[in-house]
Design a protein around this ligand. Structure first.
Ligand code: SF4
Length: 195
C-alpha cells in the first residue's frame, strides 16, 4: 500500500519556485494526517517557523488556534484524531513586503483529492483563510463574509480567519466571532473528537 505522507514528504515539485524567493529555501513538506482523523484543519501553508520545525502550527498562531478550538497541544498533535492539511504542504517564501506568498496551486492540484480520499472518517473541517475556503466551500467573497455566515456550512465545516496575531485588529472589529462563533466551534470540535 502506498504511504501517502511519505510520498508527499519526498515531493520537490516547487524546488525551482522556492529557490527563486528571497529565502531560497528547499521544499520541506509537512504532511500531518492518518486515516483515522476525525478533525481536519485546512489552512494556507506552513510559515517559516513551521518550515524549520517540521510540525504544523507550532508557533504563536497555533497557540491562538488551539485556544479557539478549545483543545490542548496533546489533542491537537494527536495524529490519530487530528489532520492538518494546508493548501500547500511547504513554506512558499515571502513577497516583497515580507508577507507569506500564497500557497502554490500545484500543491492542492497534485495532492488534495488523494489526501481527502485517504481520510474517510472526517467529521468536521476547519477551513482557515480564503484559499482553503475557496477550495472546500467554493467561497468567492471576503473571508469576513464567509466566516460570518459560518452557520451555512454546518455541520460539516466551519470557516475561520487566520489565527495570526496580525489579525488581532480584525478580532476587535468583529466581536461576534468570539461571542457567536467560538462557542459553536468548541462544541463541534468536542463532538467531532469524542467517541
Ligand atoms: S508545496 Fe506541495 S507541490 Fe510544492 S514541493 Fe511542497 S509538497 Fe510539493
Amino acid at each position: 500500500m502506498t504511504d501517502l505522507p511519505s510520498e508527499i514528504s519526498a515531493c520537490r515539485i516547487c524546488a525551482d519556485r522556492f529557490a527563486a524567493t528571497a529565502t531560497r529555501h528547499r521544499p520541506r513538506p509537512v504532511p500531518w494526517f492518518r486515516p483515522t482523523a476525525r478533525l481536519l484543519i485546512a489552512g494556507q501553508a506552513p510559515g517559516l517557523q513551521v518550515h524549520e520545525k517540521g510540525r504544523p502550527f507550532d508557533d504563536r498562531s497555533g497557540d491562538r488556534l488551539r485556544d479557539w478550538l478549545g483543545i490542548d497541544r496533546d489533542t491537537f498533535y494527536d495524529l490519530n484524531r487530528v489532520a492538518v492539511v494546508p493548501m500547500a504542504f511547504c513554506f512558499p517564501g515571502y513577497d516583497a513586503r515580507g508577507s507569506d506568498l500564497p500557497p502554490p496551486r500545484i500543491c492542492a492540484e497534485t495532492w488534495h483529492d488523494r489526501v481527502l480520499a485517504a481520510l474517510p472518517q472526517l467529521r468536521l473541517r476547519i477551513l482557515i483563510g480564503a484559499h482553503a475556503q475557496r477550495w472546500h466551500l467554493g467561497a468567492k467573497g471576503r473571508v469576513t463574509d464567509t466566516v460570518r455566515a459560518f452557520r451555512d456550512h454546518l455541520p460539516g465545516a466551519i470557516p475561520l480567519p487566520h489565527p495570526s496575531w496580525r489579525n488581532t485588529g480584525w478580532l476587535k472589529r468583529n466581536p461576534w466571532f468570539e461571542t457567536e462563533l467560538l462557542p459553536v466551534l468548541r462544541e463541534k470540535v468536542k463532538d467531532a473528537l469524542g467517541d
